[in-house]
Write a protein that binds this ligand. Structure first.
Ligand code: SAM
Length: 324
């Protein structure tokens, strides 16, 4: 991965988005989608900016650049747009976690074709990051989100990365028209789910008398998995303590196996209350083996190289043993 290439790609996206933002009086994220559309359709999206946009469109696709270079450059532009116009719940999965989850999926999937779903796909940074780390090109990928601008951002990013992804602008807790998945991944939205009628369709409705979005998304993920499929989610650390009546505990015991729980370093989160873990579960099925040991780990700070190397070795040994 070339850092200068990523910054050059970012610079092209940023220049085009900034021109369109000023000209059309729209937000940076909206302008970024328009700039991206101009690049992948090879069209000038504003005639009064023809000269500048044509030049930027022409220079974008460079020799030897990869989809991963484009994802990283686009991610920088999205971060800039989100910072300029912050909205609660409009977040992107950070790169370090995209790489870690991508690694877990890639090791478990190996070179087999697979179906992948992210029911709260946001900008598709997580989804496309997983696709880029995949050993196979044969991944049938689906993503859903309620936020229409983020779905547009996801669509733009996938097109620029030349990835074929089915994106659905819909509530991820309503039935999702996709094939049963081998992997469901999600950086789950945390909070209360306002649609009581839909919540009533879920066994995990009513934890502490409430409809928690994060619990419902776990049930939804398991609903959409094939037997023996994997769920890899970023969940709030508070999830287990919220489950006071052990409704979640009993539900999981019936339908899945918790294979690993990796607590992320506290330093990644501005407020310790919002700290998260990665949970890896496998849906029960005929040939599913219970692992000798659940992998429970507190992850070191990502900047502590020696500790991180030792952690990755432990994770890789565990994954190798599990997928053997
Ligand atoms: N993984 C995403 C990425 O890389 O950009 C970030 C996901 S973000 C932490 C959580 C997402 O959940 C937001 O994009 C939000 O719009 C979405 N969301 C919240 N409630 C939802 C629902 N009921 N159905 C679908 N998406 C939902």
């Amino acid at each position: 991965m070339e850092t200068t290439l990523v910054s050059d790609l970012f610079s092209d996206l940023d220049q085009a988005a900034s021109l369109l933002k000023e000209k059309k009086k729209i937000t940076y994220l909206e302008a970024l989608c328009l700039a991206g559309e101009g690049i992948y359709t090879e069209q000038v999206v504003d005639a009064s900016l023809r000269d500048q946009l044509e030049k930027l469109n022409r220079s974008f696709f460079r020799e030897k650049m990869t989809s991963e270079d484009v994802r990283r450059a686009f991610q920088l532009a999205v971060l800039k747009g989100m910072k300029a116009d912050p909205k609660p719940g409009r977040e992107m999965t950070p790169d370090t976690l995209v790489l870690l989850i991508g690694h877990i999926v890639s090791v478990l999937a190996g070179s087999r074709p697979y179906t992948l779903l992210d029911p709260a796909v946001g900008t598709a940074n997580l989804l496309t990051g997983i696709l880029n780390q995949s050993e196979t090109d044969q991944v049938d990928a689906f993503g859903a989100d309620t936020d229409d601008l983020l779905i547009k951002v996801a669509y733009t990013s996938a097109n620029l990365q030349q990835k074929d992804v089915h994106l659905l602008h819909q509530d991820g807790l309503k039935p999702i028209p996709c094939d049963p998945a081998d992997f469901v991944v999600c950086d789950v939205p945390v909070g209360y789910y306002p649609d009581q009628e839909s919540a009533e369709q879920y066994a995990l409705n009513g934890i502490n008398g409430k409809a928690y979005t994060h619990f419902l998304f776990i049930e939804q993920g398991l609903n959409h998995l094939k037997e023996a499929g994997y769920l890899v989610y970023l969940i709030p650390n508070s999830l287990f303590t919220e489950d006071k009546d052990r409704l979640f505990h009993d539900y999981v015991k019936k339908s899945a196996i918790i294979l690993a729980l990796l607590q992320l370093p506290a330093g990644l989160f501005q407020d310790a209350k919002n700290a998260k873990s990665i949970i890896l579960m496998q849906k029960k099925g005929e040939h599913v083996k219970v692992p000798k040991q659940t992998l429970l780990a507190e992850m070191p700070d990502f900047m502590e190289e020696d500790k991180m190397t030792a952690f990755m070795a432990q994770l890789n040994d565990w994954l190798a043993e599990h997928s053997a």
